[in-house]
Design a protein. Sequence first.
Length: 215
Amino acid sequence: MILGSWRFAGQGLEHAYFFGAGGELIHSSRRSPDVAPDLAMLTWRIEGEELLIDQPSAPRVDRLPFQLASEATLRIGDSWYVRETEPLNPEAPRLALIAAAAWYGAQNVHPSGEPFIPFLMIERGVKRELVRLVASTAEEAERAAQERLARDVFTRAAWARDGRVRMPEPHDAVLVDCVEPGQPPLNYAAPYVLDGAAARVRGFMRLDATPPTFR
């Protein structure tokens, strides 16, 4: 199974891929052991014997031959990867869920600019549940999300809602907080633009502000 983390086995730039269950692909690369990894939020799918990789913020599909040689070795193009025992980026599973929630939120933006209904994307292993939270106010939706997660059992969950960020000017964005039991939230914004009748995520911004921990 291709799902999970794979680290480049050759010489050169240290990098790794995390294949998410919903088609998210997190590419992490590091030029030096003392710096944080650079990130790219991508998508993946398989067609026949090819791995198709795309970047939704700048669509361009790359088709690469691949081979799952064993449960521990993977070939992509001419490069070999091994399953990670010590992840290059321990946050990759959370980043995959954040990307999934951001892209789903953008898909639900109304052409008029009307905010989409806030939702939870709850992950249990490789399975995900989508929970929409219809409420009169943003505060009520936030409380409902907290109450739902407080009584649930899950691996991780993303809380997504429509909002705005400064870039430096105010800009529409999907705001996503990813939580894991016992861990502080990971908070991101995904600014988007309306492209015809659809919204397209332009990229991802990590946020410094930390909202209340869900559990």
